[in-house]
Every structure is written in structure tokens, then in C-alpha cells.
Ligand binder design. Structure first.
Ligand code: ZN
Length: 336
């Protein structure tokens, strides 16, 4: 299904995926990130909240390797942690750090962008640690310094609901960044952490773009011109995100791709549209595996996307930008 030429390009390229919810779902499914049963079944905080998870997960370390994904943003979405968001974040991050230490795969926790390229050279996998929803800070900017020391390099300002920092895209008549939200952005800029605007409402998006002194990322969003969901970015937002040096990771969530007939080809339409509006240097991939990115069965869709982008007439160089180099560029610029 994937041509030899596309597979060769994909395997040689640096491939980075800017969003998955794999950590929390592996904990709920009691699976380790090597793809097997849990190494230990302790009293995890994460598993007290939210639904259970099916054992069929879209991403783990062996699947990353098989799909030719060199680096992925591993996020702990704290939204469901009723009143214990900070502990929940630590529980999830600790699970991942333990998995990385015990895994049969070599996993590098990314502290600098160059860690990704050296991991690739040494045939290791790289993980960018992330927190989704700054409620994980429990209304204080100080945990940011602690999370930074643990290796966290990006936080999503809010989920689609209301947070202490901002309102998400599903809050009716929602506001923009709060005073706390502004102080979070300022502190993330100071530390060298990448600010993620996915899930924000339009006011919050524009406030963040204006307030941030560094380029921002939308780790998992699509184009509103092609699918009218409020989680998606308007053409104007795509243009201004790019003008500020930002990157959008197009996501594999069916309802953000098409409201009736979402397909992989439709996802490619979003990528092509985003390139048209934001420019080739500002478009990338953010699957949302194990969090809603169910347009594809699992990570193995990545080589197929390379093939489909080549079929749409993108040059090999441009395909490499979309599947990894644009993420690498914004990471070098922001986290150093
Ligand atoms: Zn999300």
C-alpha cells in the first residue's frame, strides 16, 4: 500500500508527532509502553478518574518504531482530575518516566531540541513531555519550574472547558486569557517552554498570540475552513500563527476533519489547506492517538501519510518539513 520510494523517504526522515494521550490510556488499560501488561499495578491517581480504556491502544514504543516515528509529544491531560490536577500530572509523568527507565527500547526524554536529532542518530526514540490543561499547575506558576526540571517542555493552556488560565472553545460566551493565564505564558516564555494553543476559544487564541514573546504551537487542530468545528483554526489564525513563527499539527480526530465523512484523504486536504494559508514551514502532524485520533487505526498510518503527501505533488523536502522538521525547528527556537 505504501510505495518503496515513500517508505524509504519516511524511514530516512525525522518524524515527529506533536500530540498523543497515550500515557493516561496505558495506565487505564494497565499496559506498559512496551506493549505488554503493566509491570506494576499500584494505586494510581490517574486511574481513579474517568472511563476505563480498551486494551487496543494506538501507540506504544514498538509501534512508534514500526511506524518510523522518531519523537512524540507524550501528554498528560489533567482535565478529568477533579481537584487533584497537580497530583494527577505527577502520577502520569512519573508513570512515563518509570516506563522510559524500564523499557526494552531506548527512550530519550527531550530537554533540548538537539536531543531529538542525536536520538535519531543513535537509533533511540525521543519523548517530549507535555501537560494538557494548565489546571495541572493548581493556580500557581511555581510548579512550572518543577515540571521543567522533570523534562516537561510544553503545556496546553486549557482543554475545551474553562480553566484557571482561559476558556476553551466549548465554553459559551467564554473569555480570553485570565491574569493567571498571562502569568503562565510569561513564565513559560522565561523557562523556554512551548505554549500550546489547541483547545482555546478564539479570544484566548488571539490573547495568547499577542502575549507570548515566543512562537506558539497548536499541537492538535485542523482547519475551520474545511470543517466548521470550533476546535479548528480559521484561515486568519493559521496565517497569524505562522507570521509569529508558530506551527500547527494537523490532527486525526474524525470530527475535526469532516462532520459527515472523515477520511485520511480528507486529513490530507487539511494539511494542503494549512500549507496554502500558513506556508510550508508552519504545518506538521499531531495525531491525538489514544485521545480521539481514531481516523486511523493506529500509528502505522504515518508512512501512508508520507505517501499521500508525495501523491499530492509535495516535494520530498516539503514532505520532510511536514512530517518532522517543522516541529524540530520550533522546538529548537523555543526550548533551545
Ligand atoms: Zn486535546
Amino acid at each position: 500500500m505504501v510505495s518503496e520510494a515513500a517508505r524509504a523517504l519516511h524511514n530516512a526522515a525525522l518524524v515527529i508527532d506533536s500530540h498523543n494521550d497515550t500515557i493516561v490510556n496505558h495506565m487505564r488499560a494497565k499496559l506498559n509502553l512496551d506493549g505488554g501488561p503493566a509491570r506494576q499495578d499500584g494505586a494510581a491517581i490517574v486511574t481513579r478518574f474517568g472511563r476505563g480504556s480498551g486494551a487496543e491502544l494506538q501507540l506504544d514504543f514498538p509501534k512508534m518504531r514500526q511506524a518510523g516515528i522518531n519523537a512524540a509529544f507524550f501528554t498528560v491531560d489533567v482535565t478529568n482530575a477533579k481537584g487533584t490536577h497537580l497530583q494527577y500530572a505527577l502520577d502520569g509523568l512519573g508513570f512515563f518516566l518509570r516506563e522510559a527507565a524500564l523499557s526494552s527500547e531506548d527512550i530519550v526524554i527531550v530537554r533540548r531540541a538537539a536531543d531529538i536529532t542525536s536520538a535519531q542518530k543513535e537509533d533511540k526514540l525521543a519523548a517530549v513531555l507535555a501537560i494538557e490543561n494548565t489546571d495541572g499547575l493548581d493556580q500557581s506558576i511555581y510548579p512550572l519550574s518543577a515540571f521543567y526540571e522533570l523534562g516537561v517542555r510544553t503545556l496546553t493552556i486549557t482543554h475545551s472547558t474553562r480553566s484557571w488560565a482561559a476558556d476553551g472553545c466549548e465554553v459559551e460566551n467564554g473569555g480570553g486569557l485570565t491574569a493567571f493565564g498571562k502569568s503562565v505564558v510569561t513564565e513559560m516564555n522565561r523557562l523556554g517552554m512551548l505554549v500550546d494553543v489547541s483547545h482555546l476559544n478564539d479570544r484566548g487564541f488571539w490573547d495568547t498570540l499577542k502575549h507570548s514573546s515566543a512562537p506558539v504551537i497548536a499541537t492538535h487542530s485542523c482547519c475551520r475552513a474545511l470543517c466548521g468545528h470550533p476546535r479548528n483554526l480559521t484561515d486568519e489564525q493559521l496565517k497569524e500563527l505562522a507570521a509569529a513563527g508558530g506551527v500547527v499539527g494537523l490532527t486525526f480526530v474524525p470530527e475535526f476533519v469532516h462532520d459527515a465523512t472523515p477520511t485520511i484523504d480528507g486529513l490530507i486536504d487539511h494539511i494542503v489547506h494549512a500549507i496554502d494559508k500558513a506556508g510550508i514551514d508552519h504545518v506538521a502532524l499531531g495525531s491525538d492517538f489514544d485521545g480521539g485520533g481514531t481516523l486511523a487505526e493506529d500509528a502505522m498510518v504515518f508512512p501512508q501519510i508520507t505517501e499521500l503527501l508525495l501523491q499530492r505533488g509535495l516535494s520530498e523536502g516539503d514532505v520532510c518539513k511536514v512530517i518532522g522538521l517543522n516541529h524540530l525547528r520550533i522546538l529548537s527556537q523555543v526550548i533551545g
